[in-house]
Design a protein around this ligand. Structure first.
Ligand SMILES: [Zn+2]
Length: 296
């Protein structure tokens, strides 16, 4: 049988068809129609119908919170507010679908062979992009909380009374650890360019990157003490070719009683899967949900 894995992003919908062993046999991509969940479901139906083999189950990763058991999705990227995508998707495609947050999906992909969390049972995953997303794995299972919306790792507070965040709080980690924060530290230079110029030895960009790394290290220290994971994974746009960022973060991990700085240093790593993570992870979660007795 075949499993479809879909990465439903704010820009593109990436579709992958997988075997039960999660080998990818086919991919396709299309531009996302934003602000219309029924149109999105129609796009996925079209992609399912134009794949060389028929998928029996479907996994979808979305950039937003997916609440259960109700099944509704909030996503600024897709311009969805309380959209019941689970029902829409089942109705439009006619096959069973598992919908999950994109960070949760990306972490699942990292648990596949060759990923940064292969054979890891406890992991903290951060997506450093326009915002900061997160996912947790505890005892080999995704940590979902009461309503599946747990692990909003962009919105724990690292600066009490700090900058106002779009979520309504002040001083959220995201305000200091996202691509936007890095750009701000660098005087308006785009995050990717800051990394490139720091790599080339630009002193001002190196200082901005160092400040950014210190902010991330501050958040990671708290996360490490709470979860004591084997792996702390950095994914998302800022992490691509992010060795220089990892190096800088490591310099800002202090020696402290509860930190095991050496172990924490070994735990910190970059996501291995980038472009295909959303498709593979979504297929894996669908497989766990429907074929392996559930992932809860
Ligand atoms: Zn916030």
């Amino acid at each position: 049988m075949y499993i479809a894995g879909v990465d439903l992003g704010g820009t593109n919908i990436k579709f992958g068809l997988f075997t039960e062993a999660l080998e990818c046999v086919f991919t396709s991509v299309t531009r996302t129609i934003r602000g219309d969940s029924r149109a999105c479901a129609g796009q996925i139906k079209y992609m399912l119908e134009h794949a060389p083999y028929r998928a029996e189950i479907l996994g979808v990763g979305v950039p937003g919170a997916v609440f259960r058991p109700e099944g509704y999705v909030n996503s600024g990227n897709l311009r969805w507010a309380r959209v019941n995508f689970a029902d829409t998707l089942a109705e439009v495609t006619g096959i069973r679908a598992h919908i999950d947050n994109d960070a949760q999906v990306a972490l699942a992909a990292e648990t596949l062979e060759g990923g940064s969390c292969w054979q890891v049972t406890d992991a903290v995953y951060l997506t450093l992009g326009t915002g900061v997303g997160g996912a947790l794995m505890i005892d080999g299972r995704p940590w979902r909380g009461r309503d599946n919306a747990a692990a909003e790792l962009g919105h724990f507070i690292t600066h009490a009374g700090g900058l106002k965040c779009a979520c309504g709080l002040r001083g959220c980690f995201e305000m200091y650890a996202s691509a936007g924060a890095l750009g701000r530290f660098a005087g308006g230079v785009r995050a990717r360019a800051v990394l490139d110029r720091a790599r080339a030895g630009d002193r001002q960009m190196t200082e901005a990157l160092d400040r950014f790394a210190r902010e991330i290290a501050t958040g990671l220290c708290s996360l490490y003490m709470i979860f004591r994971p084997q792996a702390i994974v950095l994914g998302g746009g800022v992490s691509v070719d992010g060795e220089i960022l990892i190096e800088r973060i490591l310099r800002h991990i202090p020696d402290a009683y509860n930190l095991d700085a050496d172990i924490m240093r070994r735990a910190l790593r970059l996501a291995v899967r980038q472009n295909d993570a959303g498709m593979a992870g979504a297929a894996l979660l669908a497989k766990q949900e429907f074929l392996s007795g559930g992932s809860e």
